[in-house]
Ligand binder design. Structure first.
Ligand code: PMP
Length: 357
């Protein structure tokens, strides 16, 4: 190590899913939406380059236009919305803002692998209660004293959603710390906790435009919470970067939120394809966890997860595999178009020799 490095911060970063440059692959590895964003989004983008002032000037630091649209969609007040550069940005700010007690925060042993990375980056102690044998969160594990709670609903990478009664039970047992429900995948059939905001000042619901609104590349996420929580998050945000969302992101976000019909149609298509994919996988002999997300988590008895992952990759089908305890034999498969999922199923059928192909 060079002398200069001695005083540098050393961290083990999160590893995002691969974004291969190769053409012609079926990309089912990062939970992107297979459909384009709402038609208004491309109109908003072309409006940016028409010689107006929109790119020359700084964006609105509060992204008010987007906040207004989101407040309406979430049925909350404008001072209850905090927008950010994807939900990763929003979650990182929430960790920095709310998990300052010095007591361990709690999140499941199998969950979004960014949580431990932020905890380490910000020096937050944490504990990771184990999911039960069916990969469900055990609510009792979140009853004791803690520095805060965070979990995704539906959970990732399992896809399993818990009902509102489960979320409320955890909130009832944690009135003095902040409980963050990461709803990155909620629009694919799970119940949102937005309706509980009226009752619980310590609840923060985080959502994203990356999955159900097809805007992963534009980087838009937001939190909905009590005015108290949002005020504290804004103070932290304005302490390190005031211009987070670009003008393009604000404009595109507004158009995406406005188009309810397109949103319903595309999320419905993905849910239908998910159910057909899960049935097809089960027919081949896969074990498939019940998913309320835009992906399924599946394993095949007798074939290691890594082997399947590599075979699929050879066949130009990219899925996600986690080399981690208990889930090493599973594949996380994003739901693509019906045609893409058919190709996946026939590839697997011939690989396994199940006679489908
Ligand atoms: N939460 C969960 C559970 C996720 O899987 C992801 C996607 N990697 C995110 C948050 C972050 O998504 P984004 O930053 O694109 O909004």
């Amino acid at each position: 190590m060079k002398a200069i490095e001695k005083n540098f911060r050393r961290v083990t970063p999160y590893v995002p899913g691969e974004q291969p440059k190769k053409a012609g692959i079926i990309k089912l590895n990062t939970n992107e939406n297979p459909y384009p964003p709402a038609p208004g989004v491309s109109r908003a983008l072309s409006g940016l380059s028409d010689g107006s002032d929109m790119l020359r000037r700084y964006p609105d630091p509060g992204a008010q236009e987007l906040v207004r649209a989101l407040a309406k969609a979430c049925k909350v007040k404008e001072d209850q919305i905090f927008p950010g550069v994807g939900s990763d940005d929003v979650l990182a700010i929430a960790f920095m803002t709310f998990f300052q007690s010095g007591r361990p925060i709690l999140f499941p042993d199998i969950t979004y692998s960014f949580y431990p990375v932020w905890a380490q980056l910000f020096g937050i102690p944490y504990r990771r209660p184990a999911l039960d044998e069916n990969f469900r969160i055990r609510r009792e594990d979140y009853y004791g004293e803690n520095g805060g709670v965070i979990f995704p609903n539906p959970n990732a990478p399992t896809g399993i959603g818990e009902p509102l009664s489960f979320i409320e039970d955890i909130l009832k047992h944690n009135q003095d710390t902040v409980v963050i429900v990461d709803e990155a995948y909620v629009d694919f059939g799970a119940q949102s906790a937005l309706g509980l905001l009226e009752k619980y000042e310590n609840l923060l619901v985080v959502q994203t435009f990356s999955k159900s609104r097809s805007l992963a590349g534009m980087r838009i996420g937001y939190a909905a919470g009590s005015p108290l929580l949002i005020r504290y998050m804004n103070a932290v945000k304005y302490s390190y970067n005031s211009y987070t969302l670009s003008t393009a992101a604000i404009r595109c976000g507004v158009e995406a939120v406005k188009d309810e019909e397109y949103f319903r149609e595309t999320t419905r298509k993905i849910m239908d394809t998910r159910e057909r994919t899960a049935a097809g996988l089960k027919e081949l002999g896969f074990a498939v966890l019940p998913s309320s997300a835009n992906f399924v988590f599946a394993s095949y008895p007798g074939i290691p997860g890594r082997q399947l992952y590599e075979a699929l990759r050879e066949g130009n089908i990219y899925v996600r595999h986690f080399d981690e305890p208990r889930i090493g034999d599973y594949l996380r498969i994003t739901i693509g178009t019906p045609e893409e999922m058919e190709k996946l199923l026939s590839f697997l059928a011939s690989y396994i020799g199940g006679g489908r192909a």
